[in-house]
Design a protein around this ligand. Structure first.
Ligand code: OXD
Ligand code: MN
Length: 580
């Protein structure tokens, strides 16, 4: 296979001259190709067969122990003008980045196969979808891209028709962390990644294309590329509503997208459109519509069990690639909080010894096709996307943020998104549990200056008077003894119900300076072990703490200098004044 697209052909030729692979292979995306690559990786030891009787077509990949998460400190946005990347990104001059990467790529595929992966982010026939081509020397990347994207022949046909695609070049290199870089060139629609074979560093369709490059493309073209799940909620009358929610990595997006309503919500159904990324476009009527650019899930495994996320748990019983989990004596995959089995071999392949730490790496992952989930919504394939009623921001906050509140209007909602902070998790290398600013859960993923990004968000109010309502949630509030005040998981349905009721004007609210909060009587806590004082704490707004928080937000905004939209500054000042 090759292509009629001259630019693509030329680029593949140039890359192969530089990287000097033994052979070039164009991926067609077929099942045969997938199975052949799996066999080759079993033979080479890149994959390990799991118990085929209990976990049919499931395999384990162990990544290099130094290569287990996204590497934000080695991720760069290389715009001509440093200001365009903004203080939220590491910047490198494009010429320097190209020179550095050329030296690393020189001869890096000797003895390897160069795989060309044409892919489409979004339903193949959607006007909202965008295509890319990833060149890689990793068959593990190819099989993951097959599960995560619409990859192969159909994508190539669309690229040949449209003539436009994002170029992503990836090599695992020698996995030396000192020679690891993830470079983005938004102005050229290009990505270059070297020295990592892990997740978002290597599966370039995901964070690199669908968020960093796409957020920049979206700002040019008038749409939004966001780190959001998309969930379908059907009420007992059969009416469907859609919510998009942005949470930082490993804060429960997959769990919320696959929620199972509690017993008392008989007749309600939840289905998943997406668990990580949403592309949002205004339609001709000013309705915001969302597509999920991905077609699979790359989810955090630890903590997944029939109680926390039965849908995810059931999805990963077959045809799944596991990365960095432990195994049992029966060669089944095992992870912390699986609630069954015991680990025999840890994620590094050593006999399990608790003295060595967790058996599965805290950022171990499953890769699985979305269609395998029992709660998959066929509308995930709808080229027109789904209409969004509410946008929800959130994070992991021990204190301060109440369980849920609603913004006063779009502008205030943009302030709420821009002020988000959360405790860091194992999804990225670095300290865990440190609170940091994570506006719109996009800190690691916005491919341009946050100030311009917030201006772009604000501009939607000029383009539609039919925008979704904006909310903020915090499932992670704790009492003084460190006990979580809210049960979370399926019970979050109660909060989603309040959100939908607010969107339809069916319930009142307390009007506070930070936004509209539920009246205690409207938040359904029937059957939950929450006493009145816990409920009061969940809905408490401590004015002094909030003023301190908003002052910190103000200082954070100062980092953006003159580029910060005046309207955002005014919103922040307005809330502080109302609190004082
Ligand atoms: C992810 C992440 O893998 O956000 O989705 O890190
Ligand atoms: Mn994510």
């Amino acid at each position: 296979m090759t292509t009629q697209n001259a630019a693509l052909k030329k680029w593949v030729d140039e890359v192969s001259k530089l990287t000097k692979p033994d052979q070039i292979y164009w991926c067609d995306g077929s099942e045969n190709e997938y199975q052949r690559l799996i066999k080759e990786m079993l033979a080479s030891g890149d994959l390990i067969e799991l118990n085929q009787r209990t976990y049919p077509n499931c395999y384990l990949h162990r990544s290099d122990p130094s290569d287990v998460a996204r590497v934000e400190h080695l991720t760069f946005v290389c715009t001509d003008n440093e200001e365009d990347a903004g203080p939220n990104n590491h910047w490198m001059a494009p010429a320097d980045a190209h020179a550095k990467m050329r030296a690393l790529y020189d001869g890096c595929m000797k003895g390897r196969t160069l795989y060309v992966i044409p892919y489409c982010m979004g339903p193949i026939d959607s006007p909202y979808a965008r295509c890319g081509v990833e060149i890689t020397d990793s068959p593990y990347v190819v099989v993951n891209m097959k599960l995560m994207t619409r990859m192969g022949k159909d994508a190539l046909a669309r690229i040949e028709q449209e003539g436009r695609f994002v170029k992503g070049l990836h090599s695992t290199g020698d996995l030396n962390p000192d020679r690891r870089f993830i470079m983005h060139f938004p102005e050229q629609l290009e990505i270059q990644s070297f020295g990592s074979g892990y997740g978002g560093n290597a599966l370039l369709g995901k964070k690199c294309h669908a968020l960093r490059i796409a957020s920049w493309q979206a700002s040019q073209e008038g749409w939004l590329a966001e780190h959001m799940l998309i969930v379908e909620i059907e009420n007992p009358q059969g009416e469907k509503r859609y919510i998009a929610a942005a949470f930082p990595s490993a804060c429960g997006k997959t769990n919320l997208a696959m929620l199972i309503p509690p017993e008392s919500y008989k007749g309600w159904k939840i289905r998943t459109i997406g668990d990580d990324i949403a592309w949002l476009h205004l339609d001709a009527k000013g309705q915001l519509r969302a597509i999920n650019p991905e077609s699979g899930y790359f989810g955090v495994v630890p903590g997944t069990n029939p109680k926390t996320n039965k849908n995810a748990y059931d999805s990963i019983q077959h045809d799944t690639i596991y990365t960095n989990v432990a195994t049992t004596a029966d060669n089944e995959p095992w992870w912390e909080d699986k609630k069954s089995g015991t680990p025999a071999i840890d994620w590094k392949g050593r006999p399990y010894d608790p003295a060595n730490g967790p058996a599965a790496h805290p950022n171990s992952r499953f890769t699985v096709p979305a269609k395998q989930s029992p709660c998959y919504s066929p509308l995930a394939d709808d080229p027109a996307g789904v209409p969004i009623s509410a946008i929800v921001f959130g994070g992991r906050r021990r204190e301060l943020a109440p369980l849920v509140y609603q913004s006063k209007d779009w502008k205030h909602g943009v302030l709420i998104g821009a002020s988000c902070a959360s405790e860091t998790t194992a999804a990225a290398t670095g300290a865990v549990g440190v609170t940091r600013r994570d506006p719109m859960a996009m800190k690691p993923f916005c491919g341009y200056n946050f100030a311009d990004y917030w201006a772009h968000w604000l501009s939607f109010a000029d383009r539609s008077d039919n925008l979704p309502e904006i909310f903020h949630v915090n499932w992670f509030r704790q009492d003084r003894d460190g006990k979580f005040l809210w049960p979370g998981f399926g019970e979050n349905m109660r909060v989603l119900k309040w959100i939908l009721d607010r969107c339809e004007g069916q319930v009142g609210a307390q009007d506070t300076p930070i936004g509209y909060l539920p009246l205690a009587a409207d938040l359904d806590t029937a059957g939950l072990q929450i006493n009145n004082s816990d409920l009061a704490s969940l809905l408490q707004v401590d004015k002094a703490q909030w003023i301190e928080e908003l002052d910190a937000v103000g200082e954070y905004f100062d980092e953006y200098g003159d580029r910060l939209p005046e309207a955002l500054r005014r919103e922040q000042e307005k809330v502080v004044n109302n609190l004082s």
